[in-house]
Design a protein around this ligand. Structure first.
Ligand code: BGC
Length: 366
């Protein structure tokens, strides 16, 4: 009985295979017909497995993922993905899971750049090249695709420093297991370092923030305000989500809008805060371009696993001393003066950007 059923299945599989072209899958439709589709997982020449660590920030689901998927599919590949829900352990098994789904290349947004290293090394050893997406993974064979994160931190500090060149600064950093937190901090140092050494700026509070969590950033800011009797003159927050938490803490003390705050990502709410004047700068990284670059690179890696041969890649020496093939994109600082840039790029619509804004004060909202 069992044997007969297996034999029947094998025959059915042969018929299906005979009906389809080599690199196409045949799907039987509800009305009994069949359609040819490219891109069915496992049957393609290029399946790209994308491991997201979470979707906490707006950018990942709204901009990065659709751009990545579109670029993979435009290159004839198939997109498969999973979500580690902020767990480094889950992410390690998620990489194996993507490989067992047929992934020929992995794209990894690392929850913890160190913890994921063994899983990345074993993928590479098994012939599956890895793209470290947005966040560094110190593996010499990985292709690192990101924005220039040191420049992001520099741009954040430049805008805040231009507004307040002396006084008490607070620095709200991102997740310590994400190399970006330290890249950003090093860029900030280029701007404020001298003033700190000269005693013109005092850093009265500096902390990492688990998981870049806005509520944790808000709690940190509340503690710093209390400890300093509200005598804080400027805040360098490393992303928009945390800037939102910081500004909520300032608002509770009647200080929102009078203390410069930085951010990054171009979150819709943050760009609105820039227009409203409660956030000084939002360093904008067009995540559509990052997703596209990674999707196109993944398709190339399917054909040749050598990261250094990917179009546009050049060597970058990491803090760990590895020379990684890297594609670095350039961020743009957005302040009240150039909000038209994100509007013109179709990143945000005017109603959202200008919600509640006094149009006589902000020209883009007029
Ligand atoms: C990214 C930021 C993001 C943060 C939290 C960083 O690695 O570069 O764009 O806001 O992670 O997801």
């Amino acid at each position: 009985m069992q044997k007969k059923r297996l034999a029947a299945l094998a025959v059915a599989a042969l018929i299906v295979a005979a009906c389809g072209d080599d690199d196409e899958a045949t799907t039987t439709t509800a009305d009994g017909g069949s359609t040819e589709t490219t891109g069915a997982a496992g049957t393609d020449e290029c399946t790209v497995g994308v491991s997201w660590n979470n979707y906490q920030e707006e950018r990942w689901a709204k901009w990065d993922e659709p751009a990545l998927k579109a670029a993979i599919e435009a290159g004839g590949g198939t997109y498969v993905s999973n979500d580690a829900k902020s767990s480094a352990e889950t992410q390690a098994s998620n990489l194996e899971n993507l490989i067992s789904q047929g992934a020929d290349v992995l794209v990894v947004l690392a929850q913890d750049g160190t913890a994921i290293k063994p899983a990345v090394a074993s993928a590479v050893a098994g012939g599956v090249p890895v793209i470290a997406y947005d966040r560094l993974i110190e593996d010499p064979d990985a292709l690192y695709i990101t924005f220039d994160n040191q420049l992001v931190g520099k741009m954040q500090a430049e805008a805040v420093f231009a507004a307040v060149p002396t006084g008490n600064y607070v620095i709200i950093k991102g997740n310590s297991a994400d190399a970006n937190a330290d890249f950003l901090r090093s860029g900030m140092e280029l701007v404020i370092g001298e003033a700190v050494a000269a005693g013109d700026i005092t850093i009265v509070g500096e902390t990492y923030t688990d998981n870049w969590d806005p509520a944790t950033a808000q709690a940190s800011m509340e503690q710093f305000l209390t400890a300093e009797n509200n005598e804080i003159d400027a805040v360098l927050a490393q992303n928009d989500g945390m800037a939102g938490g910081v500004i909520a803490a300032l608002d509770a003390q009647g200080l929102a809008g009078s203390i410069p705050v930085s951010g990054q990502d171009g979150d819709q709410a943050a760009l609105n805060r820039v227009a409203l004047g409660t956030q000084t700068v939002d360093v904008w990284k067009d995540a559509r371009a990052l997703g596209t670059a990674a999707g196109e690179a993944a398709v190339q890696l399917c054909k040749d696993a050598d990261a250094s041969k990917v179009a546009g890649a050049s060597p970058f020496t990491t803090p760990g001393g590895n020379d990684l093939a890297t594609i670095l994109l350039t961020p743009i600082p957005i302040t009240q003066e150039n909000l038209n840039v994100v509007l013109d790029a179709g990143w945000i619509d005017k109603a959202t950007l200008c919600n509640g804004v006094d149009a006589t004060k902000v020209s883009v909202c007029a």
